[in-house]
Ligand binder design. Structure first.
Ligand SMILES: Cc1cc2nc3c(=O)[nH]c(=O)nc-3n(C[C@H](O)[C@H](O)[C@H](O)COP(=O)(O)O)c2cc1C
Length: 413
């Protein structure tokens, strides 16, 4: 059985450098082992610590640091290690250096020293991209046998519209891991990254039930699948997981500690009870906003239909925010009819959570009581759209964002 792909990702100094973090995650998800090399300019945009946290490996930034093996030089070590060198984003400057064969920093020197396949994903201002010098450099590199993942067209960070946006992640990943180009890939599944080791993740899931009488309740269509998928994924990625679960038909996920609850009030109490242990709280449950003020202890009868007076239930997110330890991350969920990002941002601000996952429950087959989900993950730092995927995949993508959020907070300290 062949080894997993070894991908050396070069990151250059462009606005799109932040997208390279997502690229690392996607390559890892497809089974690649990723190491990162950054130019000096790239470090003006993203700190190496972000990539170190994602890869669990040292990030290479300088020609002048001693090699890890001490027997060779870093540019030679990494040049020999890689199956593929992908540079994304590739700046105009780096394209020029590679085209000319200059070797004045670690990335350009590694490029000259490697026999790995080379994939270049340029991103820059439209005028820079269309400049004859850049186009000539790209043509030289293409003729050298490298894959150029052409930039897309659209609104650019510089305010102009045109070609120059970093190609979308899927196109870059396919170019990097193309089996026709690289030979058959390793079919063995890779063990999941243990990037949540040391975290205690408190997940709420399922739909609460608010009693009307001895046998009836006000409920909702939540199946609990999103919360359970998050609990399972967090457990796989090394976290200790406490799952506070309202009604669902799902079996308890292996390795998670499950606390069954029924009402919003029960869930509120259970979450606050376990909160001191949690380092991450993910509120994926569908909690009733109302409960019946006076619950009948007996079964009500058809001949005397009751007038139900409702009262609001506890705001669990608010209570968590008020009582959490400063380093505990809180991720809220918003299930709305439509993807109103502004409204979700407002909710994020109002609640004081670290992030919110907004999903559109008006679409058939996604969201409530469905196997698939889609939505937008919003935090102070990010707005990440997730296409329609299985809830397991969405869970992993949400956890990826939480890992990035944690790495970003560590950086800010
Ligand atoms: C705010 C800002 C944004 C930039 N964005 C880009 C970009 O998207 N693409 C690019 O080719 N150069 C961009 N540059 C210019 C590069 O950072 C500059 O050419 C640098 O020398 C590139 O170095 P490197 O190729 O070694 O990373 C930007 C510069 C600044 C200050």
């Amino acid at each position: 059985m062949s080894e997993p792909r070894r991908v050396l990702l070069g990151v250059c100094g462009g606005v799109a450098a932040y997208k390279s973090a997502e690229l690392v995650r996607e390559l890892q998800r497809r089974g690649a082992v990723v190491r990162v090399m950054m130019t000096r300019a790239a470090q003006e945009f993203v700190r190496p610590l972000t990539f170190a946290a994602l890869t669990g490996h040292k990030v290479y930034t300088s020609l002048w640091e001693p090699s890890q093996t001490q027997e060779a030089m870093e540019h030679i070590d990494q040049a020999q290690w890689a199956d593929v060198l992908v540079i994304a984003p590739a700046t105009a400057h780096t394209l020029a250096r590679l085209s000319a064969g200059l070797a004045d920093d670690l990335l350009s020197t590694t490029y000259l020293a490697t026999e790995a396949r080379v994939v270049l994903a340029p991103a820059m201002n439209v005028k820079m991209w269309n400049h004859p010098a850049t186009q000539a450099n790209v043509e030289t590199l293409r003729r050298r046998g490298h894959r150029i993942v052409a930039p897309g067209s659209g609104y650019l960070a510089c305010g102009m519209t045109g070609d120059g946006r970093l190609a979308d992640q899927e196109t870059i990943v396919q170019a990097v891991l193309d089996p026709d180009w690289l030979g058959p890939a390793d079919p063995a599944p890779q063990p999941p990254a243990q990037d949540l080791a040391g975290e205690t993740v408190l997940v709420t899931a399922g739909g609460t039930r608010e009693p009307i009488d001895a046998v009836r309740f006000i409920g909702n269509r939540s199946s609990g699948r999103m919360g359970y998928a998050l609990a399972e994924a967090a457990q796989r990625r090394g976290a200790r997981v406490i799952l506070v679960s309202a009604a669902t038909a799902l079996p308890a996920p292996a390795g998670c500690e499950v606390m069954p609850v029924e009402t919003a009030e029960d869930m509120h109490a259970a979450v606050l009870y376990r909160l001191p242990e949690a380092t991450i709280v993910i509120k994926a449950a569908a909690v009733s906003d109302f409960r019946v003020r006076e619950v009948s202890a007996k079964k009500l009868h058809r001949d005397a239909p009751p007038r139900l007076e409702l009262e609001p239930t506890e705001d669990i997110v608010r209570s968590v925010i008020e009582r959490r330890a400063p380093e505990t991350l809180v991720i809220a969920f918003a299930a709305e009819m439509g993807l109103d990002v502004d409204r979700a941002r407002e909710k994020l601000r109002r609640k004081g959570a670290d992030a919110i996952f907004l999903n559109d429950i008006s679409q058939p087959g996604v969201g409530f009581d469905a196997d698939r989900n889609a939505g937008v993950f919003l935090s102070g730092e990010a707005e990440v759209r997730m296409p329609e995927l299985s809830k397991t995949e969405v869970a992993d993508r949400i956890l990826d964002q939480i890992v990035l959020l944690r790495a970003g907070r560590a950086l800010a300290k």
